[in-house]
Design a protein around this ligand. Structure first.
Ligand SMILES: [Zn+2]
Length: 125
């Protein structure tokens, strides 16, 4: 088979080799593939970290609402709810309750604003 002047895709060095040869040495080949595998692992790990932390925030939100309901609290100032650590942007789904008011659901518990700064908490069960 013809040997052609090639360029290593890892280090950029020129070498003579078959057309399908991409690396100048085995070292370059394994470095390249190791790095590729490492990048893949890192990407997967990041994804797991992101979904893991969102999941934690959602569960904390649910826990906060559930605790309030258990204590018999169905109305709370939005600012007090936030002080408890509730993060209003983290919900599992929402639906329109009425014009300008959305039900914010965190799994089976939800809340909505009464437009006067208070949040009404309810259970979907
Ligand atoms: Zn090389």
């Amino acid at each position: 088979m013809d040997k052609l002047q090639q360029k290593c895709i890892k280090c950029g060095l020129s070498f003579k080799g078959r057309l399908d040869k991409k690396f100048c040495t085995e070292q370059c080949k394994s470095d390249f593939n190791n790095r590729k595998a490492w990048k893949r692992r890192r990407k997967r790990k990041r994804k797991e970290e992101i979904t893991g932390s969102i999941h934690k925030i959602l569960w904390r939100n649910r826990k906060i609402l559930l605790k309030l309901l258990d204590e018999g609290t169905t109305e709370i100032l939005e600012s007090d709810l936030e002080d408890l650590g509730f993060r209003i942007n983290f919900i599992t789904h929402f639906e329109v309750r009425e014009e300008g008011v959305n039900n914010l659901n965190v799994y089976d518990i939800g809340c909505y604003s009464d437009k006067k700064g208070k949040m009404i908490i309810y259970s979907n069960e």
